[in-house]
Ligand binder design. Sequence first.
Ligand code: ZN
Length: 294
Amino acid sequence: MNCRILAAFVFLLNGCAQSSADVAEFAHEWGQTRRGQRPAVQRKPCLLISSMRLSEISSRIAAANPAVFEGPLEISKFCIGVNGQLSGADARSNPETLTVEFSAQMLERATTDDQLAAVLSHELAHVALQHQGFGEIPPRAGTDALFLEIQAESKIIQSRIVELAKSKAEPEKIFALNAEFSVLLGKMNRRIDEIYGEENAHLNWIEQEADEAGAEFFVRAGFEKNAFVDILWATGKGEGEDRNACSLLVEAARTVGTAERRPLRGNKNHPTTCWRVFHLIVDEWIKAHSGQVN
Ligand SMILES: [Zn+2]
């Protein structure tokens, strides 16, 4: 899923933890599939081309996950459809406007509804988890003094931007603060890279979290698990990745019961396809949630 988050990196914080039956039943490392109270949504007219397939699948996912898709996240409030301008096999989400858009090619690439449900679930997870700005903080960064210091600074700038916008100050002042704000976001991302010892750690973590929560929505709605894996391979960037070699790693972890050899996570904006597949099958479905998914 070559999804990118379109949301302007404007909203910060929104800590975490909305407790619900979902959380208790399916606790991930981060223990949540929906994050805090959502910031005010920018409602815009939905200009996407509607698709019967997408609307049926999204209704099914929402119906199976009522604790998530209710209130401000009621599925009827989403704008889900095809964007004719989007090239390649692509799907993207915008948490700020509750939009999930697909390219026409992605709809063709996902040959079964189960495969399409996997892509859609992943994108819906980005929205439910409010992946914009630093609404989410990777676990180790949440206890890192330097990260928290930069974050505190960025929150001050953020509130000044809001004040200036409210008082209709000259746009130049707001632009200047926005620029300062982006510098701080860059610093936060670099600090996360240092803490985790990998490049693009924050983006990778967001994608991991969307896979975890998305797969949870997907499994609960009764879709076929293999389809999730198939569409990851069918759309993954995976240059030089060998599905057979990856399957051997998964099988080894399955038989021994421990994951001694793990695939490389990579340093792109998504983890490698093998890493994602391994994480889903071994870490999530075999280990963490075997009671729920098997
Ligand atoms: Zn994604």
